[in-house]
Each structure stands twice: as structure tokens, then as C-alpha cells.
Design a protein around this ligand. Structure first.
Ligand code: ABU
Length: 562
């Protein structure tokens, strides 16, 4: 029996009760279906079925690094001809190229899974760090060994995350970024990258309709959301920067019950507190109910609380829902509340004139998170926080370290962007995005986004044709497709919740099987009252309709092992 991991999911669990009506529909469809197996819901993987699962094949290539056995890292520095450096780097690139080839090959495994203790044992020889140096041959072998057990996130059958795929130009950008190895805090050490960051942010702001806004790249969507809340707090209570949170009363944040957990984390970090994050109910399709938001805001004001920010989500993590921005903006304007939009996932839809309508009203927000490492396929990480008003980020974060942000430099220090950040050292996350954008043009990104939506609708249609599959939502907004596989042995009844309990175990068991086999990777989660279901969010342009057929066939095939 594979290990069953119960996953609580990135959902705000304050008052999740939206799911019941969806579950009613599932019960109706699968009620009292014929049992094939009297051991109702017993998800045992037999020995034979276990053996049917292919064992892993190793990641090999023709290599001969014996000449590098006698060289060490220090020899690269010492070799004035540069030949050793050249040989070492070329071998590394060959290794990476070989990995990428495998990643694109549909017959190769998505992953070669081992439990942590097993992997530790397998890699024991190269995990430990010794007192003595390792040769360049061993260093390359370490790289090879590492890649062998990496999950191939660019494989067209890796559908586990919102950030998938492998953009070659993006990788080239990441490599150049590494070689240039500079810090984004000042123009003096990152002149080109500073201009590039400015160009890309201006472009993204333009898609929102903010022509005098500002932005910054941050280490992931959670931190971008933190910036949104920090900015909201600063605009309302600028003195907090100096005096701290004392005597500010009960500041409250409103966010949908299906929003990302990072809103809770930001409230924890900013001294607002988890109990002051008020969850707003969603429609059964995952969209925030604006009328409930209005009621909850009125109620909090009546209770002497201070509503600081509403977070609306464009592209919820699980269902891919887009909150109704215009309606929410009306509410925020009525009460003078900062509107932050978490468009980490769905922000990319702005790039397509076919799907931009999903974010209608976005220009009315005050801040927005947008992660190009999701729908735009930029290699991790690449997340932007964007603000309608220029100057807020510097105002809230500036400390003016005189060793770094001197005002008496010989160039325009307005280009030193670092003091706008909560960080000191800041990685260059923008170059790869800029290079990709140059290589694709706006048109290339539009096609990419359109493809994701087309593929997700195809998947919905295919799922509808398969009797043992059940969609969570028949009408989808973002390219998220959520579904159950319901084995015939599972009986859904009105009388008791036994079927639901058993169904809750199906997705984790199938996930364990797919990981052991290495053929596909699809995530699952519960949602409110709904038992565990699969989510496929499409963000890899290498995916074809056949891959989605393969995934559904494979789930059916793996289900025979249950
Ligand atoms: N920040 C949400 C990421 C979740 C996912 O990739 O599935």
C-alpha cells in the first residue's frame, strides 16, 4: 500500500461551506452505482498490480570524464588558457541539454520516485560534504546524479503545479543572470538589469491600465501579496512605520474563503493577526460574493473594526476562479478600502484579448500581484507586485542606508531601486522574463495563454465523455480542471457519508501510484466539504491534447491497481 499523504491545501479554511451543493450533484450522479467489489472503498494495491508498475530506468548518457579526475575547482582558476573552464562548462551544458531532451521525450518518466530514506541511501556517496575537495569529474557526476532524481517539471505530463514547462529562452536568461551574478539593489551594480526591470514593469502596468504606477519583482507571490498589504497599511496608517502597531485598533482584512494562504501569512507578519482576516463566502464556482463582502464590511465597522484591505483573487489556486473585480471595487470605493488583487496565477490572462475580460475592473484596484512564473512560463522565480500609485513602495520601505543608497553618487540615484524593497540583496528575476518577451513578442504570449484555455476546455469535454470521471465544475474560468475519478466500487448514497470517506482516499492513492510509476504527476486536494479531487492547471505550452488523453487513460489504468 503506498503511503497516503493527506494534503490540507492552500485554502483559507475560515468558513468553507460552499461545496455542499456541488457534492449534492455528485451524489445524484453516482448514487447507488453497482458495486464490483464487496470490499467497498478498500484501496489495497495488490502484489501483482504493484509489479505491473514499471520500475525506474536510470538517467544515462555517453560520457567520459576520466580526464577530469585529476583536476579540482582551484585548477580552473589556475588554468590561464581557459581550456579547463571551457571543458568543464561544455560538459555541464551537455548534461543539461541531455536532461532537457529527456524532459521533452514523452516516453521518459516524469520522475524517479524514492522515499526520503531511500533517496538518502542512494545518494549517500554524493550528499555528504567532506573536508577534502572533490575532483571536477566528481562534481559533474554530482550534477548528473542530482538531475537523475529531479522531477521533470517541464515534461508535458507534469501537471502538478501552476508553474510548469521549460522555456529554452527563459533558461538562457536564467543562465546569463547567474553568470552576470549581480544584485538588483543599485543601478551602479545592475545598470542594464535596472533598465530592463523598469521596461518590463512599465509594460505589465500598461496591461493593467496604470500609466503612472510602479512595481518591483519579489521572491514569489506570497511576498508580493505581503507588499500589497504593507502598502495598504502604510497608506492608511503611515505612522506605523515609525511607531509600530500600538493603538491602531482592530485592523481587519477581507479575502475570499478560497484565496491563497499567503494573505493569512501577510496578516500574521504585519501584526494584523490571523483572527483579523475575515473570510468572505464564495459562489459554488469559487468566486467571491460581493454582497456578502459588503455585509461583512458593514458588520465590522459596526463593531468598531477598521477594514484595511480587500483581497480579490484572479485565478484561485484550486478552481481557477476570478473574483468579480468591478463589483468588489464598487464596495471598496464605497467604504474607502484598499483593493489588492492576487493575480499570481490569473494575471497572465491580461495578455490575451480573448481572456482579458476575466479581469475586468482591474484598473480600479490599488495593487496587484502577478507571477510570470505561472501562466507566462518564466523559469522560477518571477513574481511582480504592481501599484497604481508611484512612490508608495519607497515611502513605506525606505531606510536610506548611506553605505548603499548614497544620495551623492554621480548618476541619477532615482534608478537605485533597492530601498523600495523589504530586502537588501535582491535576485535578478526580470532578465529571463524580458528575454522571453523579446523572443515571443506580445503575440507569442497571447497565443500561449489562448492555448492553455483551449486545452483546458478540451480536457473538460474529454472528462465529460468518461463515465467514471466527474468534474467539480462543468464551467471553468481559468485553465484549471478539477475532477474526481470515482471507482465503481465506491457507492455514493444519501443515507451516509461512507462513499465520500472512501472517495477521499482515491486521489491520494492514485497520486501515490502515479508517482511510484513516474508516468504522470497531478495534484489533488480537498476543498471545504468536498473530498479529495484532482486539479490539472495548464501552464506548459508543450502540452498537447494527446497528453491530456494520456493522463486520463493513465488514471483509469492506475485505478485498476487500487
Ligand atoms: N502559489 C500557489 C502555487 C500552487 C501550485 O503551484 O499548485
Amino acid at each position: 500500500m503506498p503511503t497516503v499523504m493527506l494534503y490540507t491545501g492552500p485554502v483559507n479554511l475560515h468558513s468553507m461551506n460552499m461545496a455542499s451543493d456541488l457534492w449534492e450533484k455528485v451524489k445524484k450522479r453516482f448514487r447507488n452505482t453497482v458495486m464490483e467489489n464487496t470490499e467497498t472503498g478498500k484501496l489495497v494495491q495488490s502484489k501483482e498490480s504493484r509489479e505491473r508498475i514499471n520500475r525506474s530506468k536510470s538517467f544515462e548518457q555517453n560520457i567520459d570524464w576520466t580526464d577530469l579526475e585529476k583536476y579540482f575547482a582551484k585548477d580552473i582558476e589556475a588554468d590561464k588558457t581557459g581550456e579547463l573552464r571551457n571543458r568543464f562548462l561544455n560538459e555541464l551544458v551537455r548534461l543539461l541539454d541531455n536532461y532537457i531532451q529527456l524532459e521533452h521525450k514523452r516516453t521518459s518518466k516524469v520522475l524517479d520516485f524514492h522515499h526520503p530514506h531511500q533517496l538518502r541511501e542512494i545518494m549517500e556517496h554524493c550528499l555528504i560534504i567532506d573536508k577534502d575537495p572533490k575532483s571536477l569529474e566528481e562534481v559533474l557526476s554530482d550534477c548528473k546524479e542530482t538531475l537523475k532524481y529531479c522531477v521533470k517539471t517541464g515534461h508535458p505530463r507534469f501537471l502538478n503545479q501552476l508553474s510548469t514547462g521549460l522555456d529554452i529562452v527563459g533558461i538562457a536568461g536564467e543562465m546569463l543572470t547567474s553568470v552576470a551574478d549581480t544584485n538588483m539593489f543599485t543601478y551602479e551594480v545592475a545598470p542594464v538589469f535596472t533598465l530592463i526591470e523598469d521596461t518590463v514593469l512599465t509594460k505589465m502596468l500598461g496591461y493593467i491600465g496604470w500609466y503612472d504606477g510602479e512595481g518591483m519583482f519579489a521572491p514569489g507571490g506570497a511576498i508580493s501579496n505581503l507588499y500589497g498589504m504593507l502598502s495598504a497599511r502604510h497608506k492608511r496608517f503611515p505612522s506605523i512605520k515609525y511607531t509600530g502597531m500600538s493603538n491602531k485598533g482592530d485592523i481587519v482584512i477581507f479575502t475570499s474563503e478560497q484565496s491563497h494562504f499567503s494573505i493569512n501569512k501577510a496578516a500574521m507578519l504585519l501584526g494584523i493577526g490571523l483572527d483579523n482576516v475575515i473570510a468572505v463566502d464564495c459562489e459554488s464556482n469559487g468566486k467571491m460574493k460581493a454582497d456578502v463582502l459588503r455585509k461583512k464590511i458593514k458588520h465590522s465597522i459596526a463593531n468598531q473594526q477598521t477594514p484595511l484591505m480587500v483581497n480579490a483573487t484572479c485565478g484561485t489556486t484550486i478552481l481557477g476562479a476570478f473574483d468579480p473585480l468591478d463589483q468588489i471595487a464598487d464596495v471598496c470605493e464605497e467604504f474607502g478600502i484598499w483593493l489588492h488583487v492576487d493575480g499570481a496565477w490569473g494575471g497572465g490572462a491580461l495578455l490575451s484579448d480573448n481572456h482579458r475580460f476575466l479581469l475586468k475592473g482591474i484598473h480600479r484596484a490599488d495593487s496587484m500581484t502577478w507571477n510570470p512564473h505561472k501562466m507566462m512560463g518564466t523559469p522560477l522565480q518571477c513574481s511582480a507586485i504592481l501599484l497604481k500609485e508611484k512612490g508608495v513602495l519607497l515611502d513605506v520601505n525606505q531606510t536610506g542606508a548611506t553605505y548603499l543608497y548614497h544620495k551623492d553618487k554621480h548618476y541619477d540615484t532615482g534608478f537605485d531601486t533597492g530601498d523600495k524593497s523589504i530586502q537588501c540583496g535582491r535576485h535578478n528575476d526580470v532578465f529571463k522574463l524580458w528575454l522571453m518577451w523579446r523572443s515571443k513578442g506580445d503575440a507569442g504570449f497571447k497565443d500561449q495563454i489562448d492555448l492553455f484555455f483551449t486545452l483546458s476546455k478540451y480536457l473538460v469535454d474529454e472528462i465529460k465523455k468518461r463515465p467514471r470521471f466527474q468534474l467539480v465544475l462543468e464551467e471553468i474560468e481559468g485553465p484549471n480542471v478539477c475532477f474526481w475519478y470515482i471507482p465503481s466500487r465506491i457507492v455514493i448514497t444519501d443515507e451516509h457519508d461512507e462513499g465520500k470517506t472512501h472517495l477521499n482516499k482515491v486521489a491520494p492513492s492514485l497520486k501515490a501510484l502515479m508517482m511510484e510509476k513516474g508516468s504522470i504527476m497531478v495534484t489533488y486536494q480537498p476543498l471545504g466539504d468536498l473530498p479529495n479531487f484532482f486539479r490539472i492547471a495548464i501552464s506548459n505550452p508543450a502540452i498537447q491534447k494527446e497528453d491530456l488523453d494520456f493522463v486520463l487513460n493513465e488514471i483509469e489504468e492506475l485505478a485498476k491497481c487500487l
